[in-house]
Design a protein around this ligand. Structure first.
Ligand code: FO1
Length: 313
């Protein structure tokens, strides 16, 4: 049994993963997570997507925001502000402990994948969580006011700037994290989570060897559309897709993945696009993909896993 590999960004992926680990043995699940959104602030190394996935699977995420730790306080940030630090990125006190621990271990010489493994084990998560790479990759957004780090574009400036282009700085020399390609080769199922196709899944696909491995694997590869009814459920995927001249629709997402996926799952509200997506050569499944509750997540995970049984093998 090769297990389930999930390519993951932040909140949308975490919601699906919390369902997947309820319907499949958690230790058989490996999430390969985007690190293009990582940022260094206050001398600390912060990995938002890795933390969103880990906190969600550990049951400690702030479910209202989808990121950070539930019931967190912000005392440290308040004092940092008095010292003159920029505090637009809301780091809670409990969340900061993760960044302190991660930064400490990285400075001791641990790799990001080793640190990530220590954190998930300490928080009681049985699924494996792998950063896409141990090397530094930074998603940069080109805008009329210049080149912005992704978190500056999204959080500091509220995604208000026109998107002229997207770059993954460092991706040409970044190697996949140890075990990531092997996991994709061995997997029974690879799920491309309903994450932003440009800045969450895009950086993972841009790492050397990932796209090729996805095209060659014997696993059934299925993607879930993060665009429902022509808009993302969360985040700036529409602005980024439009800025890159792509159609903001389930079809637009399917066409980005068409060379390596076998099947595409899209929401019932997009039923009218079924034929259009099938014309890309994909098996299409239409269902409710909006995950408002844990029950929704479990329902979607169950459907995905039963749909793709026997697609290729
Ligand atoms: N998103 C926000 O919109 N505002 C924040 O202040 C913010 C802080 C933050 C702190 C830790 C963390 O792990 C995530 C955080 N996020 C915040 C979410 C994050 O910016 C994005 O959702 C992801 O990078 C996209 O997947």
């Amino acid at each position: 049994m090769g297990g389930i590999v999930a390519l993951a960004g932040g909140v949308g992926a975490a919601k699906l993963l919390r369902g997947i680990v309820k319907v499949a043995p958690e230790e058989d699940v490996i999430a390969i997570v985007n690190t293009g959104d990582d940022i260094e602030l206050h001398g600390l190394y912060i990995c938002p997507d890795l933390d969103i996935i880990t906190y969600t699977l550990a049951g400690i995420v702030d479910e209202v925001k989808g990121w950070g730790v539930k019931d967190d306080t912000f005392h440290c940030l308040e004092v940092l502000k008095r010292y003159g630090y920029e505090t637009w990125f809301n780091l809670g006190d409990r969340d900061l402990a993760t960044h302190i621990y991660r930064t400490h271990l990285l400075r001791m010489g641990y790799s990001l994948s080793q640190v990530t493994d220590e954190i998930r084990k300490a928080l009681g998560v049985k699924a494996r969580i792998l950063p896409m790479s141990n090397d530094k990759v930074r998603t940069m957004i080109m805008t009329p006011i210049g080149r912005l780090n992704f978190q500056e574009y999204l959080v500091k400036r509220g995604a208000k700037d026109e998107v002229l282009g997207v770059e993954f700085e460092g991706v040409n020399v970044a190697k996949p994290a140890p075990g990531a390609l092997e996991a994709m080769e061995r997997a029974d199922v690879i799920i491309v989570c309903p994450s932003n196709p440009i800045v969450s899944i895009g950086p993972i696909l841009a790492i050397k060897g990932v796209r090729e491995t996805l095209m060659e694997t014997k696993a059934n590869v299925v993607a879930i559309s993060p665009i429902v009814g022509g808009a993302p459920l969360k985040g700036p995927a529409d602005k980024l897709m439009r800025g890159l001249g792509l159609e903001v629709s389930a079809y637009g997402v399917a066409s980005l993945y068409r060379d390596f996926i076998d099947a595409f799952v899209m929401d019932s509200v997009d039923e009218a696009q079924r034929k259009h997506v099938e014309a890309l050569g994909l098996r299409v499944f239409v269902t409710n993909t909006v995950m408002r509750s844990l029950e929704d997540s479990i329902g979607l995970a169950e459907e995905i896993l039963s749909m793709i049984k026997g697609l290729k093998q």
